[in-house]
Write a protein that binds this ligand. Structure first.
Ligand code: FES
Length: 323
């Protein structure tokens, strides 16, 4: 469940490309991203430093006679990263919200990402999925509790205000028809996030600042060629879990826990040197590329990549290559 096997992504420079025939039955998973607490978020954001050293987990191979958890020396620094003071902007990224196969066009859907409550709904007038703040500008009722009206607008369930795909209020039923056009007031509009359909997944950009209105023209979500290749198997999965996506991504890129946390469930390679009963071993991982946008890792079993902030994927090495 934890490893998504596919080949390289075009947005990452990879020294070697893997041909499609070298991979079999790719099994790509998609995960539901839950909020990270604001305190955790701030902590991560504030940790960016101007210069850092990466310590890989390559450890010296212990000889059979010296096998001990204490005999493994500290890892050698392998990659030095100069970030030039760059800060990763968590709110200036594309985030996957839901695979479209799990969305019903007839009703609005509530989602929470980065602590933001949003509503995803199908705008049949523009034939697009829309992502709004899940709060009506009138009395903050969740718009995800509302309905799609007969004109295809998102209607609040509380007093019936209606919104078009841009978040503009098109109707306040209680407003007298010969009175001021209160529905056109800015305060009557709901915040609409940039959104797009990509790889049959609805993505959104968690920032409604007008500068990002057409962000899709400048920056697209990461492109994964295999997801558009019918010769590959594609499986979408979606599950709400009670922790942030950052915890899950970190778990996926952490092979050291597998012999223990998945003991008896997931098979792992038989270690050359048996450190303990469960099959723990020194992890061999070489980071080939690292910058503010992620890393490429080379492990015994294959290649793994992280595309910040929330995509991790990996593929096994072709037969014949070092494992
Ligand atoms: S709270 Fe939405 S219309 Fe009143």
């Amino acid at each position: 469940m934890e490893l998504a096997r596919t080949s390289s992504v075009s947005t990452i420079h990879v020294p070697t490309s893997i041909s499609k025939t070298q991979l079999t039955k790719p099994n790509l998973l998609n995960f539901q991203f839950n909020p990270i607490p604001s305190s955790s978020f701030s902590r991560i954001h504030g940790k960016t430093s101007s210069k850092s050293k990466l310590f890989t987990t390559i450890s010296p191979s212990p000889s059979p006679s010296s096998v001990s958890t204490e005999s493994i020396g500290p890892p050698e620094p392998e990659v030095e990263v100069e970030t030039k003071g760059e800060k990763f902007d968590w709110y200036a990224q594309w985030y996957p919200l839901m695979p479209v196969c799990d969305l019903d066009k007839r009703v609005p859907h509530a989602k929470k990402v980065l602590g933001l409550d949003v509503v995803v709904w199908w705008d049949r007038n523009e034939s697009e999925w829309k992502v709004f703040d899940d709060a009506c500008p009138h009395r903050l009722a969740p718009l995800s509790e509302g309905r799609i009206d007969q004109w295809g607008r998102l209607q609040c369930v509380y007093h019936g205000w209606c919104f078009n795909g841009s978040g503009d209020c098109k109707l306040i039923p209680q407003a007298p028809p010969d009175g001021p056009p209160v529905h056109t007031f800015k305060k009557a509009c709901v915040a609409a996030y940039p959104s797009t359909l990509h790889h049959d997944i609805v993505w959104f950009w968690p920032n409604t600042d007008p500068q990002y209105k057409d962000i899709i023209l400048k920056k697209q979500p990461p492109f994964i060629p295999e997801l558009e290749d019918p010769s590959y198997t594609r499986t979408m999965g979606n599950r709400d879990i009670a922790y942030g996506y950052d915890v899950l991504v970190e778990n996926l890129m952490d092979p050291a826990h597998v012999p223990y946390a998945h003991y008896g469930i997931m098979r792992t390679q038989t270690p050359k040197v048996k450190v303990d009963r469960e099959g723990g071993r020194p992890v061999v991982l070489s980071v080939k590329k690292l910058d503010i946008n992620g890393f490429d890792g080379d492990q015994e079993w294959g290649i793994s990549k992280f595309i910040a902030p929330c995509i991790f994927y990996a593929y096994t090495k072709p037969f014949g290559e070092s494992r």
